[in-house]
Design a protein around this ligand. Structure first.
Ligand code: NAD
Length: 470
């Protein structure tokens, strides 16, 4: 009998009053666990617990909160294997990647512990002293997607706590288990009500967005959901950080060495089976190296061992859910119907599990749905170009603006072109690399605000200016 994972309210592991969710292993299509769903009444209790806890948590010093976070880092290290196994079972990624996800979450926690919120002196004259203080906001709700469940929850939760807020975490209904377990572990080390979890789908997400007792929402997920949250958050002017969809372009210049860039391009496009917000999702390759780069990428794709993430030989897991598998399938079919060429992959595997092999598609251009829309899965459209200025225009002809990249052996030229991309992050000779000390966020419809580093931490605070007339 699969285990039922509980929610955490006010320090207590609690059975949800709204029944349970079936959590399916995407490699087997079997239910491997259940997750307790919170009722509206339990959301109310959670908000009250978090509000009550805030009254004393906000009075703790930064150093006291850092001590708590250090203890949490040790605990998560002790439970790395357990959390990684749950990630693979619910999300599908190969176990070594899941281990990396948990260690990245701990790495981000450690980087957060190293941050401070110093008082900034704006004026200190004979007549006046003006100081800028950073105060916590109150109750922060974290709403997360299904691609990197533990890492993204960690990105939200730890800076919120360090800044002195209390937190309610709502994981994706498709991958709630590892997050619910992580919150249980964290709650053991914090005062009651400082960290809580609720579980359920869009309805509880919508209830959170509207709740007047919640002061900020940090959301990672699709752009339409981000827009819905923004609309409902207006009631009490909730602060928002929205990390939304992306359709990142990579541009390979004629002087790039295909042999050298192919492994990094493959990794940036197919990391987590392509289910990564800032994965490389459209690849523009100069005519002069198009065929040789395609051939190198195809070799790498053909080396992947597609299978259950728990099998040690697997390098490429399933898509997380059947809906996303259908999106990928339909986009590829549409491209092929419109004259595209499939270099490798191109169809779901005919076996149990939501398996779709790494797929490379050429003979496509802007105007094809596979190029214009976010595929969020294991398929990369490759677009041949010959005019660099025209390709920048094509890369920017997109409502999203999360990341972008330029690949070249001439760094100066690459940097000049990289600056022209309308994105929150632009990489040169890299893509999708996020780091705990570099702010990360989307331009255009890819989001509002940033995470990581000092700028990310400041998003969990309210400025208070203290103006003293001497
Ligand atoms: P999603 O928007 O469907 O769901 C995300 C979360 O929102 C889930 O927890 C869901 O239950 C909740 N939700 C659904 N409806 C809601 C509502 N009305 N109000 C509040 N919450 C609601 O996204 P997904 O399919 O889980 O994730 C894939 C998307 O996330 C892709 O577009 C991807 O690019 C994006 N993403 C962005 C980043 C980033 O940092 N920019 C990172 C990862 C994923």
């Amino acid at each position: 009998m699969p285990r039922t994972y509980k929610i955490t309210i006010n320090g207590q592991e609690t059975t949800g009053e709204n029944g349970t969710l079936n959590v399916v292993n995407p490699a087997t299509e079997e239910v491997f666990a259940y997750a307790s769903q919170a009722s509206d009444n339990q959301l109310e209790q959670t908000v009250q617990a978090a509000q009550k806890a805030f009254t004393s948590w906000k009075e703790t010093t930064l150093d006291q909160r850092k001590s708590h976070l250090k203890a949490i880092a040790i605990k998560l290290e002790e439970h790395q294997e357990e959390l990684a196994k749950l990630i693979t079972l619910e999300q599908g990624k190969p176990h070594n990647l899941a281990m990396m996800e948990v260690s990245a979450a701990i790495g981000w926690l450690q980087a957060t512990i190293a941050l401070d919120l110093p008082v900034k002196v704006i004026e200190d004259s004979a007549a006046k002293r003006i100081e800028l203080h950073r105060k916590p906001l109150g109750v922060v709700a974290s709403i997360t997607p299904w691609n990197w469940p533990v890492m993204i929850a960690a990105w939200h939760i730890f800076p919120a706590l360090l800044a002195g807020n209390t937190v309610i975490s709502k994981p994706s209904e498709l991958t709630p288990i590892a997050t619910l377990r992580m919150i249980e572990l964290i709650a053991e080390l914090l005062p009651k009500g400082v960290i809580n979890s609720v579980c359920g789908g869009g309805e509880i997400g919508a209830a959170i967005s509207q709740h007047p007792g919640i002061n900020k929402i940090v959301f990672t997920g699709s752009t339409p959901t981000g827009q819905a949250i923004m609309r409902s958050a207006a009631g009490n002017l909730k602060r928002l950080t929205l990390e939304l969809g992306g359709n990142d372009a990579g541009i390979v210049l004629p002087d790039a060495d295909p042999e050298k860039v192919a492994p990094a391009i493959f990794q940036s496009a197919f990391l987590n089976m392509g289910q990564t917000c800032a994965a490389l999702k459209r690849l523009y390759v100069h005519d002069s190296i198009h065929d040789s780069l395609c051939s190198k990428l195809t070799d790498i794709a053909n080396q992947q061992i597609v299978g259950d993430g728990m099998a040690p030989e697997t390098s490429f897991g399933p898509v997380q859910n059947p809906k996303q598998l259908q999106i990928v399938k339909k986009l590829v079919e549409d491209a092929v119907d419109n004259g595209a060429t499939v270099l490798c992959g191109g169809e779901p595997l005919q076996q149990k599990g939501y398996f779709y092999p790494p797929t490379l598609i050429t003979n496509v251009d802007n105007g094809c749905r596979l190029v214009d829309e976010e595929q969020f899965g294991p398929v990369l459209p490759i677009i041949r170009y010959s005019d660099v200025n025209a390709v920048i225009k094509k890369a920017n002809d997109c409502e999203n603006g999360l990341g972008g990249s330029v690949w070249s052996s001439d760094l100066e030229q690459a940097v000049e072109l990289a600056k022209k991309l309308e994105t929150g992050t632009t990489w040169v000779n890299n893509h999708a690399e996020v780091l705990p000390h570099a702010p990360f966020g989307g331009a255009k419809m890819s989001g509002i605000g940033v995470e990581f580093g000092a700028e990310g931490l400041e998003e969990y605070t309210q400025i208070q200016v203290l103006s003293i007339t001497k």
